[in-house]
Design a protein around this ligand. Structure first.
Ligand code: COI
Length: 390
């Protein structure tokens, strides 16, 4: 079943309006009134918040969040509410069987009052695909977009506006039904939380090839943005960081021969002036930034090859200089240069250039995201103006 047909199945939104709700509304009347509730504490939560100077990545929680529930395939219309702890039964399947999928996207507000979202429908499609892989219900497209617009719209004044900063939005779905039987929950929650952020990684990364642990295998959940994939990466990441590296590079599970991705980022190599990136093999996360860079690079005249990339070949090409540059990309990091690629034994393979093509593509992408350049591919979407309901 495709994500779209699944979403259609879950289109019906249950009426949960019995408790005298307040609804959010687009102030300019241009977009239709929202169906979600607005918790009475939202106004105070927004009024009490100040944007700190130092943001980091994920360190500062935005003061509001969105939450909707799904029981037996029917979604409630959801609620915008103050950010805070949530109640979850200790037996909830999300906590025991990792029934959790998530997304990450950014709202930008450089040189304007109105934030815009970058390719949110792609995140919706991927979230539905991830949910389908874990046998969870998809979130209807309108609920997903409304939740993003409620959070980003209500937080418009707190979307940082320096170039490179943004409001990171983290939509996620998790199974809430309690029980140890290994089957899908019958109840789920969809939430969106947000953080004003700087770019995820600062400076060129030191990458360590992981040759023992495996992040994901074909047929598993590697192509889904499932929390379990990130859990599987943590032991290697901890060991890599302890050795002075930034992140691990994952290889395929069958032969430990082909490059997959970095934890949370896709990899690109510049070989003979052309771009090479591992083809999506079913175990690699289909990055939206990866896809955007491929489109942008081709538009700028680069040849881009999506192919199986043996690690041995890449190391050889780094040593001979045929591969002149390596970089990683993801929503959080955008485009992050790689300073060194190291074997577990300690040999470091250092590209001749750091941040050449990477810098060019980062600026090309960021200038569209920040609306400093024409939106050639119609990737950005303005967040409608939002006011607190009277
Ligand atoms: C992304 O950039 O898309 C990510 O998922 C990174 C996140 C795990 C911090």
């Amino acid at each position: 079943m495709t994500a779209n047909s699944q979403a259609a199945r879950c289109e019906h939104v249950a009426d949960d309006t019995a408790a005298a709700p307040t609804y959010g509304r687009a102030a300019d009347g241009s977009s239709s009134s929202h169906a979600y509730r607005v918790h009475p504490g939202v106004q105070a939560a927004l009024a009490d918040f100040t944007l700190p100077d130092k943001l980091g990545f994920g360190l500062v929680a935005a003061p509001v969040m969105f939450s909707a529930d799904c029981t037996h395939g029917q979604w409630t219309r959801g609620e915008l509410l103050p950010y805070g702890p949530i109640e979850i039964l200790p037996g909830a399947r999300a906590l025991h069987y990792a029934e959790l999928v998530f997304e990450g996207l950014k709202a930008y507000r450089v040189g304007t009052d109105h934030p815009n979202l970058f390719r949110p429908k792609e995140n919706w499609r991927r979230l539905c695909g991830s949910a389908q892989r874990l046998s969870m219900p998809p979130v209807p497209e309108d609920l997903f977009l409304e939740a993003l617009e409620a959070v980003a719209g209500s937080l418009a004044a707190f979307v940082p506006n320096r170039s490179g900063t943004s409001l990171y939005l983290r939509p996620f779905i998790f199974g809430t039904e309690s029980g140890y039987q290994v089957r899908s929950s019958t109840s789920f929650r969809f939430m969106v939380i947000a953080n004003p952020v700087e770019i995820y990684s600062s400076g060129p990364m030191r990458v360590l090839i992981e040759r023992n642990d495996v992040r994901a295998m074909v047929g598993g959940v590697g192509a889904a943005k499932a929390a379990a994939n990130y859990a599987a990466s943590l032991r290697a990441t901890t060991a890599a960081v302890a050795r002075g590296f930034t992140v691990s590079l994952w290889l395929d599970s069958r032969e430990q021969r082909y490059i997959q991705e970095l934890s949370g980022m896709n990899l690109f190599a510049v070989i003979g002036g052309q771009l090479h990136t591992p083809a999506l093999d079913g175990a690699i996360l289909p990055g939206i930034t990866r896809d955007s860079l491929i489109t942008l690079a081709r538009h700028r005249g680069y040849r881009v090859h999506e192919r199986a990339m043996p690690i041995g070949e890449l190391l050889h090409m780094l040593n001979t200089g045929e591969c002149s540059e390596l970089f990683a990309c993801g929503t959080a990091a955008i485009v992050s240069p790689i300073a060194t690629l190291a074997d577990p034994e300690g040999a470091e393979h250092i590209p001749q250039h750091v941040d050449g093509v990477a810098a060019e593509l980062r600026e090309a992408l960021l200038s569209i995201q920040e609306r400093r350049a024409p939106d050639l591919f119609r990737w950005t979407r303005t967040v409608p103006h939002w006011t607190t309901p009277r």
